[in-house]
Design a protein around this ligand. Structure first.
Ligand code: IPM
Ligand code: MN
Length: 349
């Protein structure tokens, strides 16, 4: 019996999570697994009425769950940063979800903004380090508010943190068994402390994986190749900040935020799955947002829980809907409402 903590969150989060849960229910019946859910109301509305983001006791409670399914965090009336650091990043850090796994897979060539690229050309995974780097929040102001102000933001990289992330990428490439290639995406030519550590660790670990081809690309060049030659990539490993940036581009290359899912993974602990697109306030409550990213997030959750057959079936159902039904992956342009798209996935499952 899996215990799933559900955090619908802000904006369109609740609408997309509802569809993901519909799909989960169908998958459970068909593939004979059992689960129970508990809904948690963390998010902007709760913060505005109580002043609370996420408390230590909440984290302790969440530790007792098999996985977390998250809708979106971000509220137009809350100052940027409060909910992000107080909820989303706090969850990632406290639960030591040190991998942010973001597949970039094109399901229908029609939705790819790149000319002449087919599904087989856009099929890679970004392994983003999720617990360190610039996200660590280290730094300081000097002479704040004066003409001589200095703001320092530190990228914090530990050997252990870098190593566990790179190791995950190599293991993932092996398990994935496609191009069997890991590309390190960094900036060794300028960020000579952090990326020296990354490069050395990468080279050392590569020796343990002779079956995996290795490659290196600077982050700026990586964005260029995403557009020009996405077929070069299989597994990309990178730090927290670069991973954040390149996966938004990745989402566009695979057809848009409507389909992009991610997993915040602690291989030894509680992992959290989310559509990566955010709360999309302007579409809230209109039943027009694309729920497939949330459905795919639930699919990733099933895979990590070990329900691999069910995970594959969910993905196959999504592929059918994307290939045969939807006019677009964008909000309001799908040719179906949010709940209808959820129903279509259920029917194809
Ligand atoms: C993401 C988001 C978050 C991040 C924000 C909301 C803190 O952009 O999941 O990619 O920067 O990691
Ligand atoms: Mn992001």
């Amino acid at each position: 019996m899996y215990k799933i903590a559900v955090i619908p969150g802000d904006g369109t989060g609740p609408e997309v999570v509802r569809e993901a849960l519909k799909v989960l229910e169908t998958a459970a019946k068909k593939y004979n697994f059992k689960y129970e859910t508990k809904i948690f109301d963390f998010g902007g509305d709760r913060y505005l009425s109580t002043g609370k983001t996420l408390e230590d006791k909440d984290i302790e409670e969440l530790r007792g769950y098999s996985a977390i399914l998250l809708g979106a965090i971000g509220h137009p009336e809350v100052k940027p940063g409060i909910l992000e650091t107080g909820i989303l990043l706090k969850l990632r850090f406290s639960l030591d979800q040190y991998i942010n796994l973001r597949p970039v897979k094109l399901y229908n060539a029609v939705f790819c903004p790149l000319k002449d690229k087919k599904p087989e050309d856009v099929d890679f995974v970004v392994v983003r380090e999720n617990s360190e780097g610039l996200y660590k929040g280290m730094g300081e102001f000097k002479n704040k508010g004066t003409k001589d102000e200095v703001a320092i933001q530190i990228s914090y990289n530990t050997r252990k943190g870098v190593e566990r992330c790179i190791r995950y990428a190599f293991e993932y490439a092996r398990k994935r068994n496609k191009r069997k290639k890991v590309t390190l995406c960094g900036k060794t030519n300028v960020l000579t402390f952090a990326w020296d550590l990354w490069q050395r660790t990468f080279d050392e670990l590569a020796r343990e994986y002779p079956d995996i081809t290795t490659d290196y690309a600077h982050v700026d060049a990586t964005t260029m190749w995403f557009v020009k030659n996405p077929e070069w990539f299989d597994v990309i490993v990178t730090d927290n900040m670069f991973g954040d940036i390149i996966t938004d581009l990745g989402a566009m290359v695979q057809g848009g935020m409507g389909i992009a899912a991610g997993g915040n993974i602690n291989p030894q602990g509680v992992s959290m799955f989310e559509p990566i697109g955010g709360s999309a306030p302007k579409y809230t409550g209109k039943n027009v947002i694309n729920p497939l990213a949330a459905v795919c997030a639930a699919g990733m959750m099933l895979e990590i829980l070990g329900e691999e057959e069910a995970a594959k079936a969910v993905e196959d159902a999504v592929i059918k809907v994307v290939q045969k039904k939807l006019k677009s992956l964008g909000a309001g342009k799908m040719g179906y409402s949010t709940s209808e798209v959820g129903d279509l996935v259920v029917q194809n499952l």
